[in-house]
Structure formats: C-alpha cells, structure tokens
Design a protein around this ligand. Structure first.
Ligand code: GLU
Length: 420
C-alpha cells in the first residue's frame, strides 16, 4: 500500500469497523468463523429508483439497504438521504446498528439504508416520490418482523409517514410497526424525536460523574446542529451547562462566554443550518480544537483523527454522530486519558425509543412521554455502566469494550441457531 492508499484505508469506516469487530470477537474468545460471519452484512440490496421531477424530467437515484445480522431478531436501522452515501458506508452503518442493539439489549440485529441524493435541492413532492419509490424497491426484504427502517441523516417523520403509507398500500393493510420515527398521529412514540439527544445527555451525565466534572459548570462544544446536535444543545443548556461552540455544514460559532442557544435554535433551518447568518465564523476543524470540557461530535464521520486528536482540549468526548473518530484518533484520546464515550453506546437512545415505538405499535397501547423517558434512562445507564466496567476490568478502551458488549448477544444467538 502506498502512502495515499494507507491514508484512505484509515478513513475507510467499513474497514476500521471490521478491525474492531475482529478484536472484540478475539477478546471474547470466538473462532474466526464468527468474524467471517460478522464482517459483512448477511444481505445487501442495491436499487435504482426512477423519480419524476417537478420539471417533468426523470432522474434515477441509487439506494441501498443492508441487513447485517438477524440472529437475534429482525434487523433495524435508519435510512439516510445524503449526497455522500456509499455502499461501504451503509454496510458499516448496518454493523454499528447491530452493535447498538446489542449494547442496549434490544431484540434486533442491525440494518441500514441510504439513498444518494441531496434533499436540500429537492422539492417536497420530489422527496415524497423518492421516499415512496425507495419503499417499492426494497419492499420484498423489509417488514415489521423482517427489517424495520427509521430516520437518519436528512430524513424525518414526514418521510417515515410517506414510507409507511406506501408500504401499507403494497401490503393492503395498515402496518405501523413497519417503520419507526413516525408522526405521533400515525403511531409514532412520544420522545422519539429527541431520543438520540436524550441518550447522549444521559451518557454525558454519567461520564461527567466518572470524571468528577460538574455539568453545571461545564463548557460544551457540539459539532453539528441537526436533529441530535440541536436537541442536545437545548438539553445541555437547560441543564445549566455553557454551550460555547456549535457548527453546521458551512462553519462554526465559538464564544467562550457561551452562545445564545435559544436564538440559534429559533433561527436554524430544518437541515440544521444556522451559521450562514453570522459574519464571524470559524471552520469545523478549528472548532474541535477550541477550549472546552466536553466535546460532542454530532455531525459526520472521520472528524477526530491522528492529525487533530492531540489538539483536543476536552476531558470527555461523547460521540453523538456515527463514526466521528478513527481508530488512531481513539488510541490518542485514550492515551491522553480523555474519556471517550463511543458512538455505538452514546447514540443508541434513538434506536432504543424506536424499539419502544415498535412495541407500542405491536400492542396497540401507547405510553406517555414521561414513561418513555424513564425507560430510556434506565436502559442507557445500564448500557453505560456495563461498557465502562468492562473497559476497566479488561483494560481496553471504551470503543473496544462497547464492541465486546455489542457483539456478544449476536454471536451467542448465531451459535444457538447453529450457524457457527
Ligand atoms: N438512525 C438512528 C441510528 O443511527 C436510529 C435508528 C432507529 O431508530 O432504528 O441509530
């Protein structure tokens, strides 16, 4: 491998996920066959979706659905609409969903979907046609007891509603348990929209306790102002923390005295864009290196790498995004005694409340927001504790510990089924 290839390999989230899965299975004493089973999704569908655009032309979009492992139960995970979606990324994301389900102990395996598109450039009706076309294309392999989609980057409850409607038409019966993250009136759960941020907040509180940090005095930087980042800014601000930095895809804002979070939340658009309103901005890269106590990458992949991990000032890093830190970045943060709460643990609140939504759909009996939040808190604290203690007792970093917790149930289930 030449230097450039080595560099690309380090940023290949699929390859790095496989490496950590291998390490986790080795540590747990599983044979290589188990790794061979888990290193790739068991099923991967690529679809081409023709969409009639508003100007009368037809555009063909490419979409994916990956199902990583269904030994424990149906596969589960979001669908992202993004120009940077690739087959490899969707595969990695499906493995992360399996790990999340294992860590918070849900009866699911991991799945993930994505469409290469830019929803910021598409009209409401074009998005509807794309969402419905995607469901038609993948309908054979999904369903309430097969594979259950949900929102992810640049998808929301409206998109889930179209997908649900299309699926129900194809099957000719109403099936709310086909998809989660729906609007409340269509069987969505209270607390689902804020669930990822809620779970991240619980992890931040637990991590702060371990580090002896008082959240009320803590300075926080949040990279990304989408669904997770914006709810998180609100929750942390309400909890008394000082949010000193935020960013979107176009730039970042930093003020050591604290930002006006209420104003920023009021002015952000539905894609989380807000920095365009300001003259004095910095880059996302610069933001990560500013003074703070807690850093939350809540945007995209490969943000903390060997190039900047030495410059991170925070004592706690909690990953709300999927895959924001490379393996080398993780090693450097761990060596520097920075407490890193990995994505597969920190961002598992979303799929946890999706599970609650599916349970409510299956039983046709709905819970209050307070009930959902109480149950989510119990699940997240339990998951944080088991990962933290495993990291300490086995002297491994939090990411490897989370992978070990995450693969265990799936490996056991695969064994009982006689697959390995
Ligand atoms: N897309 C979210 C995630 O990455 C949620 C998945 C779900 O709710 O199924 O965890």
């Amino acid at each position: 491998m030449d230097e450039k290839e080595k560099q690309l390999d380090k940023l290949d989230v699929f390859a790095s996920t496989q490496k950590v899965i291998k390490k986790a299975l080795d540590k747990l004493g599983y044979p290589n066959e188990m790794y061979e089973l888990m290193k790739e999704p068991i099923r991967m569908l690529t679809v081409r979706i023709p969409v009639r655009m508003d100007d009368g032309s037809t555009k063909i979009f490419t979409g994916f659905r990956a199902q990583h492992n269904d030994a424990v139960g149906p596969t589960k995970g979001g669908v992202r609409f993004h120009p940077n979606v690739t087959e490899k990324e969707v595969k990695a994301l499906s493995i992360w969903m399996s790990l999340k389900a294992g860590i918070v102990d849900l009866p699911y395996g991991g799945g993930k979907g994505g469409i290469i598109c830019d929803p910021r450039q598409m009209s409401f009706r074009e998005l509807e046609r794309l969402s419905r076309g995607y469901v038609r294309a993948i309908s054979q392999i999904v369903g309430p007891t097969k594979d259950i989609p949900a929102p992810d980057a640049f998808t929301n409850s409206q998109i889930m509603a179209w997908m649900l409607d299309e699926y129900s038409r194809i099957r000719e019966f109403d099936s709310p348990g086909f998809i989660t993250g729906k609007p409340i009136v269509l069987g969505g759960s209270h607390g689902r929209e804020s669930a990822t941020a809620n779970g991240v907040t619980i992890c931040i509180k637990e991590a702060a306790k371990k580090k002896g940090l008082n959240l009320e005095d803590a300075r926080v930087i949040i990279q990304g102002f989408g669904n997770a980042g914006s709810f998180l800014a609100k929750f942390l601000h309400d909890a008394g923390a000082l949010v000193v930095g935020i960013s979107d895809a176009y730039g970042a804002l930093y003020d050591p005295e604290g930002l006006d979070i209420e104003y920023l939340l009021d002015r952000r658009d539905s894609f989380g864009t807000v920095t365009k309103l300001f003259k004095e901005t910095m880059t996302n890269e610069e933001l990560l290196e500013q003074e703070c106590d807690i850093l939350v990458p809540a945007a995209s992949e490969n943000q903390i790498t060997e190039d900047n991990a030495h410059q991170i000032k925070a004592s706690i890093v909690v990953e709300a995004a999927n895959g924001p830190t490379t393996i080398e970045g993780t090693n450097i943060l761990t060596e520097r005694d920075i407490l890193l709460v990995p994505d597969v643990l920190a961002s598992a609140g979303g799929v946890t409340v999706s599970y609650f939504e599916w349970v409510q759909n299956n039983q046709g009996y709905y819970w209050t927001e307070a009930e959902v939040e109480r149950k989510l808190e119990a699940v997240m604290i339990q998951a944080f504790d088991s990962t933290y203690h495993l990291a300490r007792s086995r002297k491994v970093d939090m990411r490897l510990a989370a992978y070990m917790v995450g693969v265990r149930k799936m490996a056991e289930a695969s064994r009982f089924r006689g697959w390995i």
